[in-house]
Write a protein that binds this ligand. Structure first.
Ligand code: FAD
Length: 511
């Protein structure tokens, strides 16, 4: 041991979000004799460690947990800072903080809302927990060809605790889906029809919802594994490489300021779509595709009122503090190649547009509609890492180069038309036109260390998530997804993590 760190472990994992946690869980289940150290730059903000902050009942404690997840630089633009307010529309969601240079493209599009979370559990302590399966061209062809993808996604469902029945008691959910289905289901394959959104949430016996975070992914199997240790407030500053082989990580203890080398037989970097490639760059691992093929999902949003329900017996809104309302649940309009958007329809607690004072709003009748659009992939959409400037953690500063293509703009226009169709099907659209959120709002940054079937220069890792360039270095996160998905990506990236973890189990038990 050196300070609070071991000198040597079997597997070092950087990042404690859902994907790093999936590695720890599978290793703990399948090879509990392996020693595992997980390093997380942020603090522990919830208990059990990594749990979703929405499960914190007390409003002040929840806000505190969100604020402590918002990075290290005082004055970084977050929803809670005056600078963010002054910046108008450029705000981060609670629990996240903006990439300072996300807005680099002055006249182009950039990713003005590119954001991260720094806390045990990562963004998985703040997410909406929607876990749709990828469909059609969102799927990864070479894993489908081997028949693996669905089995891996089934494992991801298990690890994330995905259910579809949490909102079964919602009085308006079925009606809402019937109306949406009538508008779009014709001609769709069963898997692409309107349905309940799979969510990483479960209901306790007392009726309270429990949202899954990394605590659920880790599970008791990892927490009770005496060979697993989570080190919070620990920044990985470099992957150690010897003769083309990963041999550990250099970590910086943010409590004491000391730096240590922790040697490992395998290194997993699961440090999000922006910071995973950043750490590789800082380590001198710089394959051609690193940071490239960045894709975010442009978001079109709108609101509508479910009409014709005035006489239905709707119970009082059963809103649980900080969670979704429960009258109309969460519904899903899946992606198709013909309509390349993923639709999420959820109850809003209040109308986003002013309504007349005497408007008798039926509880749960106002829903938000969101369509996420798949992007055309381009190597030019990329992260640039500085050789001189550093971020607030002292790692290479990140700049985003990102532009929509004509095809992307056309997809967004089609999504706007489609969302109007959906809103009319629901009942009464609540505004004249839908609007597009600033780019980066989806928080689903993909492709920056993408997976490939072969090492042809367009990918950073192979099908097991091991880098082509450095033996024994595995990467995890949405950054590994090679396709342009429109659906929420965490289920897919956890599935890919399961495959990578199994590969580690296999190779370490073979030695
Ligand atoms: P993260 O959860 O981001 O975790 C990465 C961790 O690595 C962080 O904790 C970070 O601090 C740590 N780290 C980074 N660099 C270092 C370093 N150098 N050293 C040590 N630690 C480091 N996704 C969905 O699929 N469905 C949704 O409904 C959904 N809704 C969302 C809503 C919100 C408000 C937010 C914020 C996100 C949402 N997401 C959603 C995105 C989802 O949370 C992410 O896809 C998921 O958390 C990614 O998991 P990860 O483990 O790859 O990365």
């Amino acid at each position: 041991m050196t300070g609070r760190y071991p000198d040597e472990v079997d597997v070092a994992i950087v990042g404690s979000g859902p994907t790093g946690s999936a590695y720890a869980r599978i290793l703990s289940e399948d090879s509990p004799g392996l020693t595992i150290a997980m390093f997380e730059v942020g603090p522990t903000v919830s208990q059990p460690a990594g749990s979703h902050v929405k499960n914190i009942v007390d409003d002040d404690s929840r806000s505190d947990a969100q604020r402590r997840s918002e990075g290290s630089a005082p004055g970084e633009a977050t929803l809670n800072s005056p600078r963010a307010v002054a910046a108008g529309g450029r705000r981060a969601r609670p629990g996240t903080f903006l990439l300072p240079d996300g807005d680099f493209a002055a006249s182009g599009d950039g990713l003005p809302l590119a954001a991260m979370s720094s806390n045990v559990g990562g963004m998985g302590a703040h997410w909406t927990a929607a876990c749709p399966r990828p469909g059609a061209s969102e799927r990864i062809g070479f894993l489908d060809a081997t028949g693996e993808l669905d089995e891996l996604i089934g494992q991801a469902d298990r690890l994330l605790g995905v259910t579809t029945d949490a909102f079964d008691g919602s009085p308006l959910g079925d009606l809402l889906r019937e109306r949406l289905a009538a508008a779009v289901d014709e001609g769709r394959a069963p898997a692409a029809r309107v349905q309940k959104m799979p969510l990483a949430v479960h209901r306790r016996e007392d009726g309270r919802l429990v949202w899954s975070g990394s605590d659920v992914v880790l599970g008791d199997e990892t927490r009770n594994n005496p060979n697993f240790t989570l080190f919070d407030e620990t920044l990985a500053v470099r992957v150690l490489v010897d003769d083309g082989v990963a041999v550990g990580v250099e970590v910086h203890d943010r409590r004491t300021g000391e730096t240590h080398e922790v040697h490992a037989r395998i290194v997993v970097v699961a440090a999000d779509g922006l910071r995973t490639p950043q750490l590789l760059w800082a380590s001198g691992i710089r394959p051609t595709a690193l940071g490239r093929y960045l894709n975010d999902q442009s978001q079109v949003v709108f609101a509508a009122r479910i009409t014709g329900i005035e006489d239905l017996p709707v119970p009082e809104g059963q809103k649980v503090a900080g969670t979704l309302g429960e009258s109309s649940g969460v519904s899903w309009v899946p992606f198709t190649d013909d309509l390349p958007f993923h639709g999420q329809i959820m109850q809003l607690d209040a109308s986003p547009v002013p309504l007349a004072d005497d408007d008798p709003v039926v509880p749960g009748s106002i829903v938000g509609l969101g369509l996420f659009c798949a992007k055309e992939l381009s190597a030019d959409d990329r992260l640039e890492f500085s050789d001189d400037a550093t971020d607030s953690y002292g790692l290479p500063a990140i700049r985003v180069h990102y532009a929509l293509t004509d095809g992307d703009r056309e997809t967004i226009e089609r999504a706007k038309a489609q969302i109007m169709t959906l809103a009319r099907a629901v009942g009464e659209p609540l505004d004249d036109a839908p609007f597009q959120l600033p780019l980066g709002a989806s928080l689903h940054y993909q492709g920056t260390t993408r997976m490939g079937e072969t090492d042809d220069g367009t990918s950073v890792v192979g099908p097991n998530s091991e880098t082509w360039e450095v033996d024994g270095l595995y990467l995890a996160g949405n950054n590994v997804i090679p396709t342009a998905t429109a659906c929420n990506p965490t289920l897919t990236s956890v599935a890919l993590a399961v495959k990578g973890a199994r590969d580690i189990v296999h190779r370490l038990s073979d030695r």
